[in-house]
Design a binder for this molecule. Structure first.
Ligand SMILES: [Zn+2]
Length: 300
């Protein structure tokens, strides 16, 4: 009689130990191709993943050259997170070189890519910079969460909580963005940056972005392009140009000097700042960009 009562009790004790067993398991090895995506993956994966980001802070993902160490990292990964839409032109070769056979999670899956204007150099004919619209970031977060839940069902509830927290923060920022940029008058909505990284931002928030370089930083701006842009800045009375964190500011400074516009600050386009900088996370980056654009465009 005593024994019959004890047995379920032992089972309860054993079950209570199970979380310990899981906590001792090695975390999921996740690799993200660039810093912005890596930050989102970390926000959802938290302590359950061990993340390596290939293209780090302030670095240019368009022209990245993977190292042998990267191939080794990818070879040992459980999951590989990529932006897609042709952003990582170097990825296929890296995956091949590494012999990686695991899951490749495309964060932009389900997002309709913005078509590119004719004439610019392009990958797959769409603009890869989808993260520059907060609405698209929701899709990134959903795709990342689903992939982590599939790979690690034990952590499913944790990932769901992290996702919900993140989506809430996105909603707050979206509101803030609409309010801030909504205050800009019609004639103060044109901006010049280094390369065409802000197509999604422009489309979502009714701004006009011009750039001497096309969609990909691989393409150098020609003297003719630069001269035409300076003309346009003068003709449209554009007051501010912005440098980008992962592109040399020299050309933009020259354009500002020759056109009479001022340098309105640094926008974070394709990479975060280091963790202790002003754009150490995706959310901080978007907030910084909104504030920087507003301050420069609203100035008389
Ligand atoms: Zn770019």
């Amino acid at each position: 009689m005593f024994h019959q009562w004890l047995r379920p009790c032992l089972l309860v004790v054993l079950l209570a130990w199970l979380p310990w067993v899981h906590a001792e398991e090695a975390p999921l090895k996740a690799v993200a191709t660039f810093s912005i995506l890596g930050d989102m993956v970390k926000a959802i994966g938290g302590e359950r993943i061990q993340l390596t980001t290939l293209v780090g802070a302030d670095s240019d993902g368009h022209v990245y050259q993977p190292t042998p160490a990267d191939a080794k990292t990818v070879a040992q990964a459980d999951m590989l997170f990529v932006n897609g839409l042709g952003f990582e032109g170097w990825l296929e070769r890296l995956v091949e070189a590494s012999g990686y056979k695991g899951k490749v999670v495309t964060a932009t899956e389900g997002i309709t890519g913005l078509p590119l204007d004719g004439g610019s150099h392009q990958h797959e004919g769409v603009d890869p910079h989808a993260w520059q619209n907060l609405a698209n970031a929701k899709t990134y977060i959903q795709n990342i969460t689903r992939a982590l839940q599939d790979a690690d069902p034990v952590g499913s509830a944790v990932y769901a909580i992290n996702r919900d927290t993140y989506l809430q923060q996105l909603a707050v920022l979206e509101q803030q963005l609409a309010e801030t940029l909504g205050k800009l008058p019609e004639d103060r909505r044109s901006v010049v940056t280094s390369h065409d990284a802000f197509g999604y931002f422009a489309a979502a928030y009714q701004l006009k972005f011009l750039a001497p370089q096309g969609i990909n930083t691989e393409t150098e701006a020609t003297a003719k392009d630069v001269a035409a842009l300076i003309e346009q800045i003068r003709a449209e009375k554009i007051t501010a140009v912005f440098v980008e964190n992962m592109v040399s500011p020299r050309l933009l400074e020259q354009i500002a000097a020759e056109s009479g516009a001022t340098v309105g600050g640094t926008l974070y386009a394709d990479a975060l700042s280091p963790a202790d900088g002003v754009a150490g996370t995706y959310l901080a980056m978007m907030e910084h960009n909104i504030e920087t654009l507003y301050q420069a465009l609203a100035a008389k």
